[in-house]
Write a protein that binds this ligand. Structure first.
Ligand code: ATP
Length: 241
């Protein structure tokens, strides 16, 4: 696409049975950028990511990735195509070792050398995971599990990462560390990132472009630079006035 769009949602509606969680969501993510969707609890942020990754099929609208319509594709095929999802609450395999969790992240790949290289690469981003490589993932702290979840997504060698609320349950210090690595992954690998967050302050500082979601609808979008200046965003999402 002319404007570098890699991921495009057009008029997407998704529901859990009778509950409509998102209604007519349209958004674009450009190649190499960090885009963010902000919104309060229950606004529908996670639902957007689940709809892109194929965990949930939309009831209306479509999802395009690099000019291919991937709406309702099987999640494994969406990973093969280049999109990895880091779900909310990380969902690591608690009874598998850190190393085996990472190997699972590469399940779609056959290039063993590339997988080994990427394992070393994620250990360079998160050295603690190398130290704990043979321990069960369930023994990691919350922050370390978040690091593992991001690393597991990287093991698929994705072009796009869908990152669901990495700050959830983490201290401000750990949140800052995680965000620094996310930005580094974006800059170094050129990975496109779609980040959903309740922590608007962190997200607006890390991202390039932002959408604000309310009750399943996008009510505002702009560059993060401009969103940071908007008074109503500050009031509602940053708790400052
Ligand atoms: P949170 O940060 O709390 O996850 P969110 O913005 O990500 O918030 P979603 O998880 O996308 O919000 O949820 C959007 C709406 O869909 C909410 O009203 C929620 O109660 C509902 N919902 C989410 N998951 C389910 C489910 N599995 N079954 C039924 N309703 C659901």
């Amino acid at each position: 696409a002319i404007d570098n769009t890699v991921l495009k949602l057009s008029n997407v509606e998704s529901a859990y049975g009778p509950v409509k969680a998102i209604r007519g969501v349209s958004l674009k993510v450009r190649k190499g950028e960090i885009a963010t969707v902000l919104g309060s609890n229950g606004a529908g942020k996670s639902t957007i990511l689940k709809t892109i990754s194929g965990v949930l099929d939309p009831t209306k609208g479509n999802v395009e990735y690099q000019d291919t319509d991937i709406t309702s594709w099987d999640p494994a095929n969406i990973v093969r195509k280049g999109i990895s999802h880091v779900p909310e609450g990380r969902e690591v395999f608690a009874l598998l070792s850190v190393r085996d969790n990472l190997t699972m992240g590469a399940f779609t790949r056959k290039d063993r050398d590339g997988v080994a290289r990427d394992m070393e690469k994620v250990f360079s981003y998160f050295p603690i995971l190398k130290e704990r490589a043979e321990q069960n993932a369930g023994l990691l702290s919350g922050g370390q599990q978040q690091m593992l979840a991001i690393s597991r997504a990287l093991m698929a060698n994705p072009e796009v990462i869908l990152l669901d609320e990495p700050s959830l349950g983490l201290s401000p210090k750990l949140t800052k560390e995680i965000f620094e690595i996310v930005v580094r992954i974006n800059r170094e690998r050129g990975t496109t990132i779609l980040l959903v967050e309740q922590n608007a302050n962190m997200a607006l500082n890390a991202a390039d472009y932002g959408y604000v979601l309310e009750n399943g609808r996008i009510v505002m979008e702009d560059t993060c630079e401009r969103l940071r200046e908007k008074e109503d965003i500050k009031e509602f999402y940053l708790g400052m006035k």
